[in-house]
Structure formats: structure tokens, C-alpha cells
Design a protein around this ligand. Structure first.
Ligand code: 5AD
Ligand code: SF4
Length: 490
């Protein structure tokens, strides 16, 4: 077995600690950059002839934003990103561990990379992201996949270049692991190479302190930390100057923004107000936590035309007893009351949600409460999941009497309940003219492009791909349940 150098190891006790110490913000300054650059030149010399890297990202928007930083760091070395894994001299798998099937996809992927490693001895395989943050999974990865060269955690992205240097510099290519559970500092101004030129993710908080009993995120991404408002606004202004049309503010729970900052006047409402006051065409935010969604936030959304009238408001379950077992801090009635306040103030709002079916021992009655809530709220869209036990979470310790067939059947019944309302909602857009941000060539028809409406619904229409990144007017013609067909208005 190749020797493994552990610069830091994940620790469950560290990961769940929530101490009051203030988090420092470190600006990634020129000095750090220059030191890296010197090391990087050495890395470049040692890499195989083609200095190319391939990144595959699994999971949520936080991971996508991390990918952009990884991309930025490697691009600062003059390495070139490739889309074909076979052409890469460095492969990075940015993992997700929110559900078991996310882990399984990664295992399959690493299995396939073995063949490439056998063909090319100089190939460097790097793993990062949420999956490496849990002790047992990390041990499994180390033991079963001896050809993984470098592993770093969600708190260690800024060390990537140094890790690569260390690895390249070690004579017999020792394996290197740097996974901290302590959150460390907030590192600002790391280089980022964004995935597109029109819509940008901007982190506002990192981590989560809610500890919903099913969720691994508070362990993998650590204590909740807010970025300084000025750093966020600086990033938004830079994006604006670069011509970005859309900014999506990101946090596991955006409503907690500012609670850990010294200035108590800084809230999510005040931040959102400041961002939407910039001349940016579209502002979105993800994800909201129902019991912390304030009336001030509702007012700010109502006040600004450029804040998309789309709110992703995960409910998880419509049953009070399940919500309690999940440690969600609201009841079905409180959630519905919030939805009513939102709809009263923002009449054209599109609501979406996350729902988990099959939480341990969910009874038929409890499940029916979820169906009832879905019918009352009338979601424009939703993400639905079958509960998946995660090592290290409170719910994973629960014995579950519900069988898989019941869970799968409930999943289908939930989808059916959600789909009762989608056609009614979608119908209201037929023959209307909507602003659409064009994002790609259509996957199904190369002559068409796809774009996104204010409510996150996809519209496909005939147009030239040169329109990608533009906001155009489209007449909505046909409802396809999960998308629309439309016609470009010249
Ligand atoms: N099993 C199933 N779904 C989960 N989610 C989070 N953890 C789990 C789990 N263990 C879902 C929640 C969350 C979304 C991002 O993923 O609905 O809002
Ligand atoms: Fe997970 Fe709950 Fe935090 Fe969301 S709010 S990231 S579901 S612990």
C-alpha cells in the first residue's frame, strides 16, 4: 500500500462543534499568489507533457461554485481544462454525499478511472467535496482505491496548489490527504473561472447550523459562516462589470445570513436589498428556511423588479410529527401561513420546494398530511427524494419499519399530487410573452435553444445559439409539463 500523508483528518466531534469564536476573513493576497505561482512552475515542469485537467462535479450549487474556484486555481497555473477525461493529466472528482446514490455514482466513476491510471502512470487523480468529509467513507476510499493520489475537503480548497506541489515533489508519489473538519477562515479573492458568462453563483454563507436529523451537510460543510457584506457586494459589482445578467446568492440557509456578524443590522433582507439595488438584470437566492423567512425579505422581493418572483422554500414534510422528528423548526400550519403571507404580497410568485418521503417510520397518515400540504400550497415545481440514511446523522440511528415498496409507491403518489397543479399553473402562461435568459443549445433539438423564465421553468424555442447569455422575449406556446415550447419575439 502506498504511504498516505495526512495533513489533516476529518473528525466527527470537530465537525459538529459550534463554538462562538469569530471566523476570520483572509484575503487571498498577492503574496500568497506569488508563492503559489513559484511552486506552480515546478508543478508544471513535473506534470506530463499535456498540462490539462478535467473536473467532474456532483451535487448542489455550493459544489458548482467550488468547482469554479478549483478551475480558477488550476487555470492560474496555465493548465487547460478539457471536457474529455481521456485527455486529462489531472482528474478532479468533486463529490456529493447528500444521498447514498450520490456516493454510488462517485464509486462507479473512480472505478472507471482505474483503466486510465493503468495506461498513464503520470495521471493525477484528486478527490474533493462532501463525500471525503466523513471518516468511514474517507477510510473506504483510501483503502479500496489505492490509485487516488490527493484528497482534500470542503474547507481546504485554498490549499489545492500546495497539495499538488507537495505531491509532485514527493519522490515516490506519496498519497496526500488534507480534510479538516474545523471550518478555519473564510478565504476571499481566490481566483475563479466561472462556468458561464451570464449567470453567477455568489456565496453569502458557508455551512449550516440547523442539524435537520436526516442531513449530512452540517457535518460536511461545517459551522455556518457569513461572508462580509462588503466582500459580497464587491464580487457582485465585479460580475456586473463583466456583463453578468444574473446573480444567484447561495447559502444552505440564506435567511441566517448575518447572524454571526458583528453588525447586527446586517440581515439577509438588507443584503438582498443592497444586491438588487445594483443594476443587475436578475437576482435569485437559494435556499430559504421557512421559520426564518422574514417579512422584511418578503418586502424586499416585492420592492425590486429584478428579484425573480421565484422562492425555493423546502418544506420536507407536511406532517407535524415528521417535521418534529426531522428537527425542522416549524409546523405545517406555520408553513402554510408563511406561504399565504408571501402570496398576498407577491401575487405572481412561483413557489418550489424539497420533499422527502419515507423518513423513518413515516405512517400513512403522516404521508397524507404531505399530500394535503402539496395540494394547498400549489407548487410551481418541486424536488422530491426518497429518504436515504446518512452515516453520522441523528436519523441514521432510527430503526425503520416502513418497507421500500411503500416508499417507492409514496414517491409516485407525491409526484402525481404535484403534477395535478403543474398543468393549471403552466396553462396561465400560454400565449403570454415572457423574458427568458438563454442558457444553452436545447438538449433534444440542436436547432433550438433553451432558456429560463423568472419562475425557473425552461423554455425551448428556435433561435441562433449566439443568443446564449441574452435575455430575450419569447411567446409561450405549448406546455410540456416540465418545460415549455415557445417562439422568439423579434
Ligand atoms: N435523504 C433524502 N433526501 C435528503 N435531502 C437531504 N438529506 C437527505 C437524505 N438523507 C434532501 C432535502 C434537502 C435537499 C437538498 O436534499 O430535501 O432539502
Ligand atoms: Fe441540511 Fe437542514 Fe441545513 Fe438544509 S437546513 S442544509 S436540510 S441541515
Amino acid at each position: 500500500m502506498r504511504e498516505v500523508i495526512y495533513l489533516d483528518k476529518p473528525s466527527f466531534t470537530e465537525a459538529i462543534k459550534r463554538n462562538q469564536t469569530n471566523i476570520n476573513t483572509i484575503h487571498y493576497n498577492n503574496e500568497t499568489f506569488l508563492t503559489n505561482l513559484k511552486n506552480n512552475l515546478k508543478i508544471s515542469e513535473r506534470l506530463a507533457k499535456n498540462n490539462t485537467f478535467y473536473i467532474k462535479t456532483h451535487g448542489c450549487q455550493a459544489n458548482i461554485r467550488d468547482e469554479e474556484t478549483i478551475n480558477g486555481l488550476l487555470t492560474s497555473l496555465s493548465l487547460k481544462r478539457v471536457e474529455n477525461i481521456e485527455e486529462a493529466s489531472i482528474i478532479i472528482i468533486n463529490t456529493c454525499s447528500v444521498r447514498e446514490n450520490a456516493n454510488n455514482k462517485v464509486y462507479a466513476e473512480i472505478g472507471n478511472i482505474k483503466r486510465l491510471k493503468e495506461k498513464n502512470k503520470d495521471l493525477v487523480l484528486i478527490l474533493c467535496g462532501c463525500m471525503v468529509e466523513t471518516k468511514d467513507t474517507l477510510a473506504n476510499l483510501i483503502n479500496k482505491y489505492p490509485y487516488i493520489d490527493i484528497i482534500f475537503g470542503t474547507h481546504n480548497i485554498d490549499s489545492l496548489l500546495n497539495l499538488l506541489y507537495l505531491y509532485m515533489d514527493s519522490d515516490n508519489k506519496k498519497r496526500i490527504v488534507d480534510v479538516s473538519s474545523k471550518e478555519g477562515e473564510i478565504i476571499e479573492d481566490l481566483p475563479a473561472t466561472r462556468n458561464n458568462k451570464y449567470s453567477a453563483y455568489v456565496n453569502i454563507t458557508f455551512g449550516c447550523d440547523k442539524f435537520c436529523t436526516y442531513c449530512i451537510v452540517p457535518q460536511t460543510r461545517g459551522k455556518e459562516r457569513s461572508r462580509d457584506k462588503e466582500d459580497i457586494l464587491k464580487e457582485c459589482k465585479l460580475l456586473l462589470a463583466e456583463g453578468y445578467k444574473e446573480i444567484i446568492l447561495l447559502g444552505q440557509n440564506v435567511d441566517s445570513y448575518g447572524k454571526d456578524l458583528k453588525d447586527q443590522n446586517i440581515t439577509f433582507a438588507s443584503l438582498l436589498d443592497a444586491v438588487a439595488s445594483l443594476p443587475i438584470k436578475r437576482v435569485r437566492f437559494l435556499t430559504s428556511y421557512p421559520s426564518e423567512f422574514s417579512d422584511e425579505v418578503i418586502e424586499v422581493i416585492a420592492k425590486h423588479d429584478n428579484i425573480m418572483k421565484y422562492i425555493h422554500l423546502p418544506v420536507q414534510s407536511g406532517s407535524n410529527s415528521v417535521l418534529k422528528r426531522m428537527a425542522r423548526r416549524y409546523t405545517k400550519e406555520e408553513y402554510i401561513a408563511l406561504v399565504e403571507r408571501i402570496k398576498a404580497r407577491i401575487p405572481n410568485v412561483a413557489l418550489s420546494t424539497d420533499i422527502i418521503v419515507g423518513f423513518p417510520n413515516e405512517s400513512e397518515e403522516e404521508f397524507l398530511d404531505t399530500l394535503d400540504l402539496v395540494r394547498k400550497v400549489k407548487y410551481a415545481s418541486a424536488f422530491t427524494f426518497i429518504y436515504s440514511p446518512r452515516e453520522g446523522t441523528a436519523a441514521a440511528k432510527l430503526k425503520d419499519k416502513i418497507n421500500d415498496e411503500t416508499k417507492v409507491a409514496r414517491f409516485k403518489r407525491l409526484t402525481d399530487a404535484l403534477e395535478e397543479y403543474y398543468p393549471i399553473y403552466n396553462e396561465s402562461f400560454i400565449n403570454t410573452i415572457q423574458e427568458v435568459l438563454v442558457t444553452s443549445v436545447s438538449k433534444k433539438d440542436k436547432n433550438k435553444v433553451s432558456g429560463v423564465m423568472f419562475n425557473n421553468k425552461i423554455v425551448n424555442f428556435n433561435a441562433d445559439p449566439s443568443l446564449i447569455g441574452e435575455i430575450v422575449k419569447v411567446k409561450i406556446l405549448e406546455d410540456k409539463l416540465y418545460s415549455f415550447n415557445g417562439e422568439l419575439i423579434k
